[in-house]
Write a protein that binds this ligand. Structure first.
Ligand SMILES: *Cc1c(COP(=O)(O)O)cnc(C)c1O
Ligand SMILES: [Zn+2]
Length: 411
């Protein structure tokens, strides 16, 4: 009998301790995040790439490799199968032959956080959770608030006052309890931890403190491979904050290998950070297995302003295992690249996504990316969520004024 999910257990990647997925679980007793494992041996005989052809386009098309056991618990807004667009003019400007952008800008809530929220909230519902709490840099809080509403779960969100303003409004319209903090996501995290001590019935949905968000983000990796007809690209560049997407993509690749859907070769994974917050890059350059807290972090790419990631050792492991790279980009370059993508390719991407293009350009210049390689950048969100990254200086005219025709003649 085929099962809806082939989840088997949770395991600590550090000390290897095993936990049951049928109960609420958070961190391992050793403090590390838990990862979901599946009964891949049984699944291999049951499931084949052709089976996907008749399925819907939401990420639930991969339900066998997702943790929700009953289809009744799936909370979905049809998230998933975002476009993998070719970016020929950007490719030409960098001297790369095949440049593709996985564009998460069209997903519900406008960022790939919807994937983590869809799977995380569905699993929370399956586990009987009534109320969740989480710190966020904005986008995750927005996505989890909205999916929580759809599931009938109450959400409490704490975010930095500097987080993109629209994300506050998303939490508010969803009916979440929203708190702003005059500080960083790490400060929000401490306040959430304090609240959890007082109210143990709350479900901690902090990044990597519940094991299922990563399973949702993993589907980006599954989709990229399916969209490339299971041909492995050479490089995938990811804007890395907490690193959940990167750890998730790496996990997806390993699971596809175990299923026999792809071969031994893996894409080289690149963690792209901001110069104003680059703990993973520093650790990578120093050859360390873990990162250190990055003081006074600051960047326009708010989603990657994470001074210390709980899963840092998993990010660094994925980079090492795939012969990847970690690189930091300054804010000015990020904004220039964001504009270039809009002008050359017509896509208004988020600054985090723009950082991956800047990184591809720099790595091509260094020769680390070769001209003939297939390169995938991840645009993790829609530029519309960050209106403040663009200054518009259009002239304001009285009705009937003649336009200055110098402007439309240039171009
Ligand atoms: C959260 C976020 C990121 C970083 O994701 P992690 O999984 O925490 O590394 C990148 N881009 C955007 C738009 C985000 O909201
Ligand atoms: Zn452990």
């Amino acid at each position: 009998m085929p099962r809806f999910s082939y989840i088997s257990h949770l395991q600590c990647p550090k000390c290897k301790k095993i936990y049951a997925h049928t109960e609420k679980q958070h961190l391992c007793s050793c403090g590390a995040p838990l990862l979901v494992d599946y009964d891949i041996d049984s699944l291999r005989a049951q499931w084949h790439p052709e089976d996907l052809q008749i399925r819907g386009t939401s990420l639930w098309r991969y339900h066998e490799l997702l943790p929700v056991q009953s289809a009744h618990h799936v909370v979905s807004l049809s998230e998933g199968m975002t476009p993998l667009n070719s970016m020929p003019k950007m490719a030409e400007s960098m001297g790369i032959k095949h440049l593709l952008m996985k564009d998460e800008g069209s997903i519900p809530t406008g960022t790939f956080k919807a994937r983590g929220a869809a799977v995380g909230i569905s699993k929370a519902l399956e586990l009987g959770v009534k109320s969740i709490i989480m710190p966020t840099n904005g986008n995750a809080g927005a996505a989890w608030s909205l999916y929580a509403s759809r599931a009938g779960i109450q959400a409490t969100i704490v975010m930095p006052v500097e987080a993109p303003e629209i994300t506050r409004k998303e939490c508010t319209i969803a009916g979440a309890n929203l708190y702003l903090v005059d500080g960083l996501i790490s400060d929000a995290g401490k306040m959430v931890a304090a609240e959890l001590k007082e109210a143990p019935d709350l479900y901690d949905a902090s990044t990597l403190k519940e094991p299922y968000r990563i399973e949702g983000k993993k589907t980006m990796g599954l989709e990229i491979l399916e969209q490339l007809d299971w041909q492995v690209p050479d490089v995938i560049l990811y804007p890395c904050g907490g690193g959940v997407g990167l750890i998730g993509i790496y996990k997806a690749l390993r699971e596809l290998q175990r299923l026999g859907w792809i071969g031994d070769r893996l894409p080289r994974l690149v963690a792209v950070q901001a110069e104003g917050c680059a703990p993973i890059v520093k650790a990578w350059e120093e050859g360390r297995a873990e990162s250190e807290f990055w003081p006074h972090s600051k960047t326009v790419a708010f989603g990657i302003n994470v001074p210390k990631a709980l899963g840092d050792f998993l990010i660094l492991e994925a980079l090492k295992a795939t012969e990847g790279y970690a690189i930091a980009i300054d804010d000015e370059t990020v904004l220039q690249e964001q504009q270039r993508v809009a002008r050359l390719e017509g896509a208004f991407i988020c600054p985090e996504g723009a950082a991956t293009f800047a990184a591809a350009r720099q790595l091509r210049d260094k020769g680390w990316i070769k001209a003939e390689e297939t390169v995938v950048t991840l645009n993790t969100g829609n530029g519309l969520k960050y209106p403040n990254t663009v200054q518009s200086d259009a002239p304001l005219l009285k009705p009937g004024t003649k336009l200055n025709d110098n402007r439309h003649k240039t171009k």
